[in-house]
Ligand binder design. Structure first.
Ligand SMILES: Nc1ncnc2c1ncn2[C@@H]1O[C@H](COP(=O)(O)OP(=O)(O)OP(=O)(O)O)[C@@H](O)[C@H]1O
Ligand SMILES: [Mg+2]
Length: 338
């Protein structure tokens, strides 16, 4: 077992509800979008946790809560054992510096009017104590070099770079304050498939060299397959299954994970025809009005009347050696060794 000191990031029953209001002058709250609805995650030093789920299931909201861009409705975000909501002043700044984010779209996330040097050096200006003023240009050049870009290009503008290079710029900026933790919110989704692998390889190299820990968010399980040590699968604001890479890819026990996996392309043509395809019925329900009991039951082929009245907890079960939030969790050989 790893040491508890290795725990760099943890969430405890983390909740974010966005109020839905009515009326223009006198706004009254008529409901809430339950974007993140009770999430417990743990991230250890040097590890990558893949977070996967369909559009709207709360991945970006979770990312924003982790880096402090959104305030939780309830629950806790612990950075190195400290609840960041309780920190202030110097210790809050230190905790914030330690956890940075890489965004999805390298085309819109970089200010087109700023030079690359200013973009990457911006965190130095926000945290002036991190690097002395005289050392900032050199600091930016080192960061460019670290992510495989030409250090002499610091006076260029974002439009002079390709999509993959711009994502490297985003990564360099995230690294500027030497954080231990990086939250990558779909960092390769906007890139061509051929470029995706390069960016993932870069993230892996940086992880090895700098001892980084990653939360790596993606839509589907194929993107996080190589990079994740552990995976958490989200559905409508909740984690429905979590476990080590092998457990999730070879013995998924939650029907939703099984369905997601059955949609992942299989590289070996001999195995392709032998695979079960699970087609999910209907759309994801609205997070403003999730189904009672198990939220997945309206699309689940295993659902029983019991599922409508009893919410399944994320826990180890008789037929699931890793935590699964399904009353009928059971591994199913969807992929014949994937
Ligand atoms: N600021 C906000 N105000 C109100 N509702 C919001 C806000 N931000 C997100 N939501 C809602 O919360 C839910 C989760 O959104 P979120 O962006 O976290 O999902 P996601 O998993 O990142 O989706 P995608 O895969 O499309 O990026 C959605 O229903 C979204 O409409
Ligand atoms: Mg998102």
């Amino acid at each position: 077992m790893s040491d508890v000191r290795d725990l760099v990031l943890e969430t405890r029953n983390l909740v974010k509800h966005f109020p839905i209001t009515q009326g223009i002058v006198f706004k009254s709250k008529v409901g809430a979008v339950r974007a993140v609805d009770g999430v417990d995650l743990q991230l250890r030093r040097g590890e990558t946790l893949g977070v996967v789920g369909e559009s709207g299931c709360g991945k970006s909201t979770l990312a924003k809560l982790l880096v402090g861009l959104e305030k939780p409705t309830s629950g806790e975000v612990m950075v190195r054992g400290e609840n960041i909501a309780r920190l202030s002043g110097q210790s809050l700044r230190r905790a914030r510096r330690n956890i940075q984010m890489v965004l999805q779209d390298p085309y819109t996330s970089l200010n087109p009017r700023m030079t690359v040097g200013d973009i990457i050096g911006e965190p130095f200006a926000i945290h002036p104590d991190a690097v002395p003023r005289g050392g900032r240009e050199r600091g930016v050049q080192e960061l460019l070099d670290l992510v495989g870009l030409n250090p002499d290009h610091l006076n260029r503008y974002p439009h002079q770079f390709s999509g993959g290079q711009r994502q490297r710029i985003g990564i360099a900026r995230a690294l500027a304050l030497r954080p231990e933790i990086i939250v990558c919110d779909e960092p390769v989704s906007a890139l061509d498939v051929s470029i995706q692998a390069q960016v993932i390889n870069l993230l892996e190299r940086l992880q090895r060299e700098l001892g980084l820990s990653y939360i790596f968010i993606a839509h589907d399980l194929s993107v996080v397959r190589h990079i994740s040590d552990r995976v958490a699968v989200m559905y409508l604001g909740k984690v429905v299954e979590t476990g080590y890479h092998m457990a999730i890819y070879e013995q998924p026990t939650h029907p939703y994970t099984q369905a997601l996996l059955s949609a992942v392309p299989v590289p070996d043509p001999r195995l392709r025809g032998r695979r079960d395809h699970i087609v999910l019925e209907g759309d994801v329900p609205s997070p403003a009005d999730p189904p009672s009991g198990c939220r997945f039951r309206t699309r689940c082929w295993k659902a029983q009347p019991y599922c409508a009245d009893h919410e399944p907890l994320l826990q180890v079960r008789q037929r699931s050696p890793h935590p699964s939030a399904c009353h009928y969790a059971e591994s199913r050989d969807v992929l014949h060794r994937y």
